[in-house]
Design a protein around this ligand. Structure first.
Ligand SMILES: Cc1cc2nc3c(=O)[nH]c(=O)nc-3n(C[C@H](O)[C@H](O)[C@H](O)COP(=O)(O)OP(=O)(O)OC[C@H]3O[C@@H](n4cnc5c(N)ncnc54)[C@H](O)[C@@H]3O)c2cc1C
Length: 260
């Protein structure tokens, strides 16, 4: 696990939305939902990405164009080579029988993989997927295949206007949800944590911090003394409840603290 980047060939690419593109490559290591890979674009740099799909020896990452590394990745095509290290970190621990997944933006990536595993294990899956607008809704058909899908858009162009947390709160009174998983903007995940604490439903969240080494050595991703790359990125509610920085602050690439 981890170590040197392996040079791998992109087998297939897929446009998911105007800003998100998926990349498939062969990967022989077992990857759990919620774990991540460090992907190196030759001559540009390296960044962490969750696995969004995994089928035998083929894995997929789904990448939102944000800056240098992700823009360079978006320019890559089938047959191009990338460097991959991993898998790293603690993934989601699948519990309960009727689970809710709350995704914001590209946070849908690790939850898609989790939904596929949960559905295979006969869990009832309720997915709450938030997007800025209709064109940015990710993995709609697949989430529908794995369970009930509730889409929320910021502009109301599809599904319910508002946040996934609003739709989630509504369903809580009607369904017996016994485990909750979230990945997305940290303020959304903090809200999920607050709702679940009140209702006493176990939850797990996947945190995002600037990562450099990916293996707990450099400290770039520290959050309340924990390395998000090694101790996380998925944390359970007991630990999240003790983290003063959760939902409030994170460091930028230079280590300077700012709001999440
Ligand atoms: C565990 C983990 C899993 C991730 N999984 C995915 C995934 O599945 N799909 C995906 O699209 N992205 C994912 N990300 C985020 C992805 O790693 C960043 O978008 C990427 O590092 C940006 O690199 P860049 O060089 O393109 O952007 P940069 O040029 O480094 O930055 C562009 C902008 O994005 C911001 N940014 C960069 N990295 C982060 C970060 N970690 N947190 C918040 N803001 C950031 C910068 O502040 C800047 O505003 C994940 C991050 C982590 C930590």
């Amino acid at each position: 696990m981890g170590g040197e980047p392996r040079s791998l060939t992109i087998l297939e690419t897929r446009i998911e939305s105007p800003t998100v593109k998926s990349f498939y490559f062969e990967y022989s290591e077992d990857v759990e939902p919620g774990q991540f890979l460090m992907v190196w674009v030759p001559g540009v740099g390296e960044a962490p990405f969750s696995v969004s799909r995994c089928d035998g020896n083929t894995v997929c990452i789904s990448v939102r164009k944000a800056g240098e590394v992700t823009s360079a990745l978006h320019r890559m095509k089938e047959g191009d080579k990338i460097g991959v290290r991993g898998p790293f970190g603690q993934g989601f621990k699948l519990k309960g029988n009727q689970i809710a997944l709350l995704a914001g933006g590209c946070g849908a990536a690790p939850l898609l993989y989790l939904a596929s595993v949960a559905s295979r294990e006969n869990k009832k899956v309720h997915a709450f997927v938030g997007a800025s607008g209709k064109d940015e809704i990710l993995f709609k058909e697949e989430f529908e295949k794995y369970g009930d899908l509730h889409v929320c858009t910021d502009d109301g162009s599809y599904g319910r206007k508002g946040f996934p947390t609003d739709a989630f709160e509504e369903i809580l009174g009607k369904e017996d949800i016994d485990a909750v998983y979230t990945c997305g903007p940290e303020k959304m995940m903090k809200k999920v944590f607050d709702i679940c604490s009140k209702k006493k439903i176990p939850m797990q969240a996947s945190l995002e911090r600037h990562m450099k080494c990916g293996v707990g050595l450099c400290g770039a991703c520290l959050c309340d003394g924990l390395c998000v790359c090694k101790d996380g990125p998925v944390f359970e509610d007991q630990l999240l409840g003790k983290m003063k920085e959760f939902g409030k602050e994170k460091r930028d690439a230079c280590g300077v603290r700012g709001e999440v």
